[in-house]
Design a protein around this ligand. Structure first.
Ligand code: S3P
Length: 430
């Protein structure tokens, strides 16, 4: 339990928030099945990403952690070996779902598990297509929940999969399994989800073809490159300081080297519609991803907005903190088409709505989102994090403007994605 009461303080200064979680996971996964040497710079040493790294060590990958970089000496996609023990992926949905795709193409037995939160998250979304490709996958409750047992196959079958969800985890899992077949592999999504797997596969030499909402693997499915990957800062972590600066009088922060991949920048479009005072400067490229520096200033007259449809996957992880922002905006903000939030690290519709109400906001829960009536003064109160890192960070930021203190449980869960969050916050507080 921790108590925060930051009213009267402002956020000032500059920060390079930690590196992108999605790209850090993929850098270890793809380097481990590559034939060649990869140097990973600015890897995110958060619990989720370290769990991916540990998993590949258990699968026999040659990964050397140096003081400021990671060296992976890849020996090709057939080099992994049967793990000696159950692989524990902690809280990380991305790890379990993407690694399952790779294990589907390994002719051995492995068991994947995680913490009590991950063991309640649905895995049928990846198990169903991976079984269609020929892998045997078992799990609790008829194959739905971890622990998952995977018995893969050296040669899988092709698939043309119409994904019912816009999920990068589902798309990536199928594309990774698709490296282990010569047959046609394609995934069509209802809306475009983050495309880091596609971009990184291409950097490793794999043919990836995009046609609208469909992604296909082409002829070359070998990863054979010596590469240096430099991971940019995570916009999902920057989001907490973007919102913090927007709602806290006299604030101005500069967030450096933030990823600006268009499948991730929904939050910037939303704050623009709300009338936020911000700029993106110094746009450039890092390892095939656009990055830039974001300057954000306190904006007293924000307007409500509607968020839904194809925009949702581009800001899915930022919705809790966007909901906090909406409490400080004039009018009614509606967030819809976001039922996926129910199966994140926590049920993020429930955890956001319940906690916003606990601190005094006017919020209504919808089956697929929420309605927030803005400009209500927030009084503070008790917050239950449900073990969810992004809920802890959202409500710590809320304490910049609440009349009274905000009391939050399980705050150590921030290390899932942002181990130095409280230190970085302190650096900006004036
Ligand atoms: C991620 C994809 C998203 C996101 C998660 C990371 C990824 O999940 O919420 O935090 O790295 O592919 P879904 O693809 O399941 O929506």
């Amino acid at each position: 339990m921790a108590v925060f009461h930051l009213k009267g303080k402002k956020l000032k200064g500059e920060l390079r928030v930690p590196s992108d979680k999605s790209i850090s996971h993929r850098s270890i996964m793809l380097s481990s099945i590559n034939r060649g040497e990869v140097i990973i710079k600015n890897f995110l040493p958060s619990e989720d990403c370290l769990n991916t790294l540990k998993a590949f060590l258990e699968l026999g990958a040659d990964i050397e952690k140096r003081s400021d970089e990671i060296l992976v000496r890849g020996r090709g996609k057939r080099s992994l070996k049967e793990p000696f023990n159950v692989i524990d992926l902690g809280n990380s949905g991305t790890s379990i779902r993407l690694i399952s795709g790779i294990l589907a193409g390994q002719p051995f037995y492995s068991v994947l598990t995680g913490d009590k939160y991950l063991r309640r998250r649905p895995m049928d979304r990846i198990a169903v297509p991976l079984r269609m490709m020929g892998a045997q996958i078992y799990g609790r409750e008829g194959g739905k929940y971890p622990p998952l047992t995977i018995i893969g196959k050296e040669k899988l079958k092709g698939i043309k999969y119409k994904s019912p969800k816009a999920s990068a985890q589902v798309k990536s899992s199928i594309l990774l399994a698709g490296l282990f077949t010569d047959e046609e592999v394609e995934v069509t999504e209802p809306a475009k989800s983050r495309d880091h797997t596609e971009r990184m596969l291409r950097a490793f030499g794999v043919d990836v073809i995009e046609e609208g909402l469909t992604v296909k693997l082409g002829k070359n499915r070998e990863l054979e490159k010596d590469l240096e990957i430099s991971v940019p800062a995570d916009i999902s972590s920057a989001a907490f300081f973007i919102v913090g600066a927007l709602i806290t009088p006299d604030s101005e922060v500069l967030l450096k080297e933030v990823i600006l991949n268009p499948t991730r920048t929904g939050i910037l479009k939303v704050i623009k519609r709300m009338g936020a005072d911000f700029e993106v400067v110094n746009r450039r490229e890092t390892s095939g991803e656009e990055v830039g520096d974001i300057v954000v200033r306190y904006t007293p007259n924000l307007k409500a907005t509607e968020i839904g449809g194809e925009e949702i996957p581009t800001l899915i992880d930022e919705i809790p903190v966007i909901a906090l922002l909406a409490t400080q905006s004039e009018g009614k903000t509606v967030i819809k088409d976001a039922s996926e939030l129910r199966v994140k690290e926590s049920d993020r519709i429930k955890s956001t709505v319940t906690n916003l109400r606990n601190i005094g906001a006017d919020v209504e829960e919808l089956p697929d989102g929420m309605v927030i009536r803005g400009k209500t003064p927030l009084k503070g109160g008790k917050v239950c994090s449900f073990g969810d890192h992004r809920i802890v960070m959202t409500f710590t930021v809320a304490s910049l403007i609440t009349e009274g203190p905000v009391e939050i449980d399980e705050v150590e869960s921030v290390s899932t994605s942002y181990p130095g969050f409280f230190d970085d916050l302190k650096k900006l507080l004036r």
